[in-house]
Design a binder for this molecule. Structure first.
Ligand code: TXA
Ligand code: MG
Length: 339
């Protein structure tokens, strides 16, 4: 298939992409978290094509994106009080909420679940495209299933050229990790995926919020989970990654002791010059927002470097760091060393 490339800064490109989507096509579009692979959320066939283009398992539901609160009534059957409070504070923004789904949402979009994931993105290009299309857009991250999520136009071109109708360049994603996901469909309010909106911020607004054990732990074989996406191998580079939980000093000592050909360090900016192996950095030790912004790009750079084995320095698992930690334990296939 021919993939048309657009630049959001050029006149007419938003409208052209919106038209492709309205006509049942697929387009990779920028959001502030990561790029999304979008299609009309009400169009069964178009949503089926998302799964095909990504190579995504059919039981992993899609997030539905809106550009106006009035769109919500055709997507969700209820708008719980907690969701209302969070929407007031964090929408538009990097937060996805799971609610009971409306009958208008096809089963393929929600992977046969009775619930639906909804997000109101803040990125001006994403919002403009949804608005111009006049329909909510179902969009998973625009990577091939299993690869690191795309935070730039180039990442999308790398993964999806020839597999989708269009890719539009809206610059690098500033958040860098996918949205925080919170569920309102069970008895308790549960954090399913950590992101830029932190657990601490959610608790400040809602009081009690549980954290799904899939956020921090490996799932058992065949275990049923609230968020199907959590059970799949994810974000994994070709190299074998080990996550090292240690102080900077101990991490540097450990890596230098294990230095040899083919070994890479995925480390903080401040550590690179003290290491005697090839390094890829993912932000300052002191900024969890920077770490989130760069982590997926760093994993892709490692892929291209031909690294065989990677020692990744673990971020602190709090604040936005919880999101980075959650992605890295998956990239490492839960191979963790605590020093
Ligand atoms: O930031 C983001 O959320 C990006 C941008 C494009 O918006 N999208 C994204 O989509 O990360 P995706 O498909 O890569 O991740 C969606 C996650 C999956 O883990 C999926 O299992 C979960 O959301 N999910 C979707 N609908 C759900 C539902 N009804 N119940 C529980 N989990 C759901
Ligand atoms: Mg994804």
């Amino acid at each position: 298939m021919e993939t048309l490339l657009f630049d959001a800064k050029k006149e007419g490109s938003v409208e052209a992409v919106a038209n492709i989507l309205k006509n049942g096509g697929l387009a990779a579009i920028p959001t502030e978290t990561v790029y999304g692979l979008a299609a009309n959320a009400f169009d069964e066939k178009a949503c089926e094509n998302i799964f095909k283009a990504k190579g995504r398992p059919g039981d992993n539901p899609l997030i539905v994106h809106i550009s106006d609160m009035s769109m919500l009534k055709d997507i969700a059957a209820e708008f719980p009080e907690g969701a209302r409070l969070l929407a007031e504070k964090f929408w538009p923004g990097p937060l996805t909420m799971i609610m009971k789904k409306s009958e208008k949402i096809p089963d393929v979009t929600s992977a046969n679940l009775p619930s639906v994931a909804v997000r109101f993105p803040a990125h001006p290009v994403a919002r403009a495209i949804i608005e111009a299309a006049g329909i909510p857009l179902a969009a998973p991250s625009a990577n091939l299933s299993g690869s690191p999520s795309p935070t730039s136009f180039e990442h999308c071109v790398h993964d999806l050229m020839g597999r989708v109708d269009a890719i539009i360049d809206g610059g690098a994603s500033s958040v860098g990790v996918e949205s925080t996901i919170i569920s309102f469909v069970g008895e308790k309010t549960v954090l399913l995926r950590p992101g830029y909106i932190t657990l601490e911020q959610l608790r400040e607004t809602l009081g009690e919020v549980e954290i799904s054990h899939a956020v921090l732990e490996k799932l058992e074989e065949g275990e049923k989970v609230l968020s199907p996406g959590m059970k799949y191998k994810h974000y994994a580079p070709k190299a074998q990654v080990t996550l090292i939980k240690a102080s900077s000093e101990d991490y540097i000592k450990f890596v230098n002791e294990h230095a040899k050909e083919g070994i890479f360090a995925l480390c903080f900016d401040e550590e690179a010059e003290k290491l005697s192996v090839s390094t890829v950095t993912y932000g300052s030790e002191f900024s969890d927002a920077e770490q989130a912004e760069h982590i997926f790009d760093a994993l892709r750079i490692i892929d291209e470097s031909g690294a065989e084995k990677v020692f990744a320095h673990s971020p602190k698992a709090s604040g936005i760091g919880l999101a980075v930690y959650n992605r890295l334990i998956r990239a490492a296939g839960f191979d963790i060393i605590e020093l």
